[in-house]
Design a protein around this ligand. Sequence first.
Ligand code: ATP
Length: 203
Amino acid sequence: MKPKRLVVGLTGGIGSGKSTALAAFERLGAATISLDQLAKEQAKPGRDGYKAIVRKFGKGILNNDGTIDRAVLGKLVFSNPAKRRELEKATHPTILKEMKDLIGKMNGVVIVDVPLLFEKNLQKSFDACICISAMPRTQLTRIMRRDGLNEKDAKLRIKAQLSMAEKMKRSDVTISNDSDLKSLNDKVQSYYAGLDLICRGTN
Ligand code: ATP
């Protein structure tokens, strides 16, 4: 029997709740992949992504123990679009290859958290795209609290991405996440039920 697989890209803005929604899909039984997680793995000493980053940005971005200082690298690339593009060029091919390899091994509903899905034109890798949206004020509050950023740096990070309106327009559906966690979990649950049904019906 052919494996049944439905691959859904989950996108949205920074701090809009993609990882939180991804975890909710996983609890319901979906197979999940987080590109942020793959990127973090690739940035560990010895990995190809790490080597590419050190080649591009030099040893000034390293901690004493040789690991990448994420705060220093983050500040550098979010205040300089050319540097951000360089970082993406150095790391994205490896991350995307890993994503494709992982998807190839999965069955059923597969949800992939892809922050830059539309910015990087990755629509073709997915059967459908879901946008997790939040108002700019909600995003600001969440990322300032989560990442300890000041308002100026938090705004820079929001601005670095395609607008939420554009992401919503290009997605097949939008799940708004301005309310509490229960509301998000309920919405995820009903979408998962539908996706699971479609997936079982495919083939
Ligand atoms: P990034 O793009 O930066 O990785 P993200 O879209 O994955 O962000 P999350 O990390 O899921 O966003 O959420 C950002 C923060 O907001 C987290 O601390 C998370 O716990 C919190 N959060 C997400 N959704 C809700 C909600 N509905 N109610 C309260 N807090 C929430």
